[in-house]
Design a protein around this ligand. Structure first.
Ligand code: DON
Length: 304
């Protein structure tokens, strides 16, 4: 038996001593207010045993982590036809870069960069009756927790300064790869990114990706094939131009957000979430990546 609790305690103790914690994202002004001294970690294993340390119950902005959940909902709604509008290749570029989008005629490299997630948001806007509340309910159902909500100040803050996302949406529109109007799609996208959750809720919401498509309550949301594809995308594209580094150091499929969260999982073994708001230069949580490297080293568990 692996002593997960002991390992999380030691990771959390190490992180609390860390002097270089990275820098909190400031391009979304609301996120600049977050205290960079926070650190939380939560792990749930395949027997639904929970282990946690630090600020694992404090909610934060999940930001790009939401892109995996919106992809999961879109896959459930329209299946394979989604791949006519998006590719599945790593971009090797930062999350908000636009140059490849123009070079590749408005087909985003993958659904986890901003342009790709905006196409997914467009698909959800087209296919859901009440897009924002239906997506929120989907996330609540996956996590089995109706307390999960949007942080509307964060959504409004990003709307005021989301110039690159407006540029991406307009470029997509010019190539015919956005069916709804830019304002409606971005309003949805800014809200999905502004969902607030804690590490414990995130491991519950992502449980199905380590549990062959079934959530903690045993309801099936995705087929085995869909789970395989989403996990492959997390591994190859979940950390933008640092996906290689995350696979190299940690060795798990995962997804980061500029709110400082990371979720990662080992199929059929565990799902883990970390939160530390300070980011490295690639926009991924600095201590979160270090913590997960320590976890897979100490447990000798990774997909490799
Ligand atoms: O669109 C944005 O820029 C943010 N709402 C999300 C970016 C993000 O989280 C990138 N992740 N590391």
């Amino acid at each position: 038996m692996i002593n997960y609790q002991g390992i999380l305690n030691s990771i959390s103790a190490d992180c609390s001593l860390s002097k270089d914690r990275g820098k909190v994202a400031t391009y979304i002004p609301e996120l600049a207010k977050i205290d960079s001294s926070k650190f939380g970690i939560h792990l749930v294993d395949s027997n639904k045993n929970n282990f946690q340390a630090g600020d694992s119950e404090t909610v934060f902005s999940i930001q790009s982590i939401s892109k995996v959940l919106s992809l999961a909902q879109a896959m459930g709604l329209i299946g394979e036809s989604l791949w006519t509008r998006l590719d599945v290749e790593p971009s090797g570029d930062p999350f908000n870069h636009l140059s490849l989008l123009e070079l590749e005629n408005g087909i985003p490299r993958n659904p986890l960069i901003n342009a790709g997630a905006i196409v997914i948001a467009d698909i959800l806007v087209s296919n859901l009756k009440n897009p924002k509340s239906d997506f929120l309910q989907f996330v609540r159902n996956l996590a089995g927790d109706d307390d999960i909500d949007f942080n509307r100040e964060v959504a409004a803050s990003e709307k005021r300064t989301g110039f690159r996302n407006y540029a991406a949406a307009n470029l997509l529109k010019s190539y015919g790869n956005l069916k709804n109007d830019v304002e409606t799609v971005l309003d949805f996208y800014f809200h999905q990114c502004a969902i607030k959750m804690n590490c414990s809720q995130l491991t519950k919401a992502f449980y199905l990706f380590m549990n062959r498509g079934k959530c903690q309550k045993d309801k099936t949301y995705l087929t085995l094939r869909q789970v395989k594809r989403i996990n492959a995308l997390m591994l190859t594209c979940g950390f933008y131009d640092e996906a290689g580094e995350f696979a190299f150091e940690v060795g798990l499929p995962g997804k980061s957000g500029v709110g400082g969260g990371i979720v990662a999982l080992l199929p059929e073994k565990f799902c883990v979430a970390t939160w530390s708001p300070g980011l490295n230069t690639k926009g991924n949580s600095k201590l979160g990546m270090e913590a997960l490297e320590q976890l897979t080293t100490a447990t000798a568990q990774s997909i490799f």
